[in-house]
Design a protein around this ligand. Sequence first.
Ligand code: NDP
Ligand code: HSE
Length: 429
Amino acid sequence: MKNIIVGLLGFGNVGTGFAAILEENRKIIENTLGCSVIVKKILVRDPGKYRDTVIPEELFTADADEILTDPEIHIIVELIGGIQPACDYIKKALENGKHVVTANKAVIALYGKELFELADKNRVSIRFEGSVGGGIPIISSLTKSLAANEIEEIVGIINGTTNYILTRMDESGLGFQEALAEAQSKGFAEADPTSDIEGEDAAYKLAILTHVAFGVQVNPKEIPYTGIGQISEKEIDFARQLGYKIKLLATVRRHDGCLDLHVHPALVPFEHPLAAVSYEYNALYIRGNAVGEVMLYGKGAGSLPTGSAVLGDVIEVVQIIKNKIGEKNTFADKYQFKPKAISSGSSAYYIRLQVKDRPGVLGKITTAFGRNGISLESVVQRGRGGLSVPLIFVTHEADREMLDAALKEVSAIESVEEVASILLVQNKS
Ligand code: NDP
Ligand code: HSE
């Protein structure tokens, strides 16, 4: 079979990883496919910057059209990131009859449905394994190995940068900014790391998982998300003393015909498998109605792990081209699931208050919780006899609106100085 020609958009962390694996494992790939995969051109903003790389200088261009309209190119691999111009480049590639592979979670979360339909219309494929969980084969697991299931729940750690930061703060007592700088230097963070830190990147990924696993397209902006910006070394220490690790969890769950989904820092009990997921590693716990529980684990960010997922997609697309398999890229029809409502659902909560250490304060607070229907599992006071002490409550499962009503009342108690922290608590299994 004739060789497959690729146009690569972007040559940063993931683009270089993709090219390095293509070179290193060329023989394995050729033996698998019976042909070679050849990168013809690479789009970057500033070709001069790439003069000293191992790639011949003439491969680099700053003109996207040189790649997107080249009739010789079969597959466009989009690794420039951001929403625009990446989204327009993908559209143009599909309209020009080119297959597309991307790791761009923002574009797939916001415009996935439109792009999948465009791919179907133009009888080409679009693949996006690298967009969620780096090197973990989560999309192909959902679309292939677990395709016989009705998925009931997915809970995961799906942002490598924040997991790396939380791990470094926990294990080495590193400050937030230093830990972030390390994650950036290792190539895990987005160009603008606020997307990682504030939970937006995880919300994009959760929107993609929801689309693939449930056939429901949610606007990622409507997913309730909170990041780790407020998590201090002190909070990590309190959680540890209570038997928990703090992790940024993304959850989507089918519940009474509704879909509950959110991204939130959560206390994960030491004995839960997600508590052991450290550094840039990600993990996804999936529950299907036939398979039961499945857990996928691996590097969720980084040049080679993500390059591996992207190249895996390219190999699959080459097989589709070679075998002339017609396929559907859209998801919605398969599931026919129309949730009655989309909400953030209920959870157990960890609440840390800062209070004046006076007799009777605890009674007033627990009464306010009780009056608003919030049942408490435990109360811990750290320190004694000072003017101001932290008071930590772990609730039983509660609705967020009821919790907010209770906390409004609690905040009005004279001795309560501050509701210092509200985190979710993941159950043990
Ligand atoms: P980088 O910032 O490291 O690289 C981006 C590359 O794209 C650079 O070569 C840059 O060229 C080029 N580029 C950016 N904007 C343009 C533009 N407008 N026109 C032409 N070229 C452009 O990004 P990453 O490799 O880290 O990420 C790429 C994608 O992969 C993103 O969507 C990201 O979310 C996703 N991803 C990243 C992971 C990671 O671990 N880093 C993991 C999973 C997914 P120049 O240098 O000239 O500006
Ligand atoms: N910035 C992302 C992360 C890259 O840290 O998880 C992988 O999608």
